[in-house]
Write a new protein. Structure first.
Length: 318
């Protein structure tokens, strides 16, 4: 084990201080004191309220809505930590911004995820840690160490119960088939893949279902649920013989109002199992949402990195 001579510190932006506090508690360190202010003209001002000179800092800041505010706040904290002479700053972004814009699907489009990667590096991040990123190729946009973590083992453990012995893992599209395959492997369950066609920038339709779902309870997996289009896809599953109420396993619960409305209105959906990579404000009053914390996973990774230990067994599943 490599011991560091630089104290371990955890700091947080304003996006998810509850998660940062949980991580700090598990690591038995105090959460660093800092202040974020929104100025009247909508500018953001950040201030470190304690000394960080020669310390190894892990900055916790996912980027849910408002995405741009949280991203700029992250960049400003990176600048403040660098100017305050922190020994190193590792950025923990459980929910990475612009991860669905990682390529040019058409001509004259920006590759926004690459822009974010460039900004983080230019502001002095030593390494970047994220969870179940939408496009794994984004790790290649960086010239610094990247640790792509996965919440799949945490979510899969929820379904290790006798009531799911007759279940089937469902991938909502071909792009999530690899992730779904890991769920199926861990739980020793069959796999079904839905094929869909995008009809506009924000809407899709399911064209067919590949695999045997007859008489089985569906567990639909995905990395992100935003508008809830995947909730509408279960029609195709029940048309093909699915039985019992459906479960969803989602890493990043963006959950726009349309998703919450669909979730509440559909009696065929039993539970939406999510992680707290971003705040889930409706979880306490929505009986169909169950939240699993990623703090133990992230705190373990931070501890291993700080002490120079291997983290390969906890990285993104391939």
């Amino acid at each position: 084990m490599v011991e560091s001579y630089h104290p371990l510190r955890i700091f947080s932006g304003s996006a998810h201080p509850e998660l940062a506090q949980e991580i700090a508690t598990l690591l038995n360190v105090e959460l660093g004191r800092s202040t974020t202010r929104r100025l009247p003209d909508s500018e953001i001002h950040v201030m470190l309220d304690e000394v960080v000179r020669d310390q190894d800092v892990f900055l916790i800041q996912p980027c849910p809505a408002p995405v741009n505010d949280h991203l700029i706040e992250l960049l400003l904290y990176l600048d403040a930590l660098r100017r305050a002479s922190a020994h190193s700053v590792s950025v923990v972004i459980p929910y990475f911004p612009y991860a669905r814009q990682e390529r040019m699907a058409r001509g004259r489009e920006a590759i926004s995820a690459r822009v974010v990667a460039n900004m983080l590096e230019c502001q002095g991040a030593r390494r970047v840690i994220f969870v179940d990123i939408h496009a794994r190729a984004i790790a290649g946009f960086f010239n610094i160490p990247v640790d792509p973590l996965s919440a799949v083992p945490l979510l899969a453990s929820y379904f290790r119960k006798p009531e799911f012995e007759d279940a089937v893992i469902v991938s909502p599209d071909v792009g999530r088939a690899t992730m779904a395959g890991k769920y199926a492997e861990m739980l020793n369950l069959p796999l079904v893949v839905m094929h869909k066609r995008r009809t506009s920038f924000s809407t899709t339709e399911t064209t067919h279902v590949v695999g045997d779902i007859q008489g089985r309870r569906p567990i639909i997996i995905d990395d992100i649920m935003a508008g809830g289009s995947v909730l509408k896809q279960i029609d195709a599953l029940y048309d093909n013989g699915a039985k019992g109420k459906a479960y969803f396993a989602i890493t990043h619960p963006v959950l726009l109002p349309t998703a919450l409305e669909r979730l509440a209105a559909d009696d065929r959906i039993e539970k939406l199992v999510v992680t707290n990579t971003i705040p889930v404000p409706d979880a306490n009053r929505h009986d169909k949402i169950e939240v699993i914390s990623i703090a133990p996973l992230v705190s373990d990774i931070i501890n291993r990195i700080y002490h120079g230990q291997s983290i390969s067994e906890r990285l993104l599943l391939t």
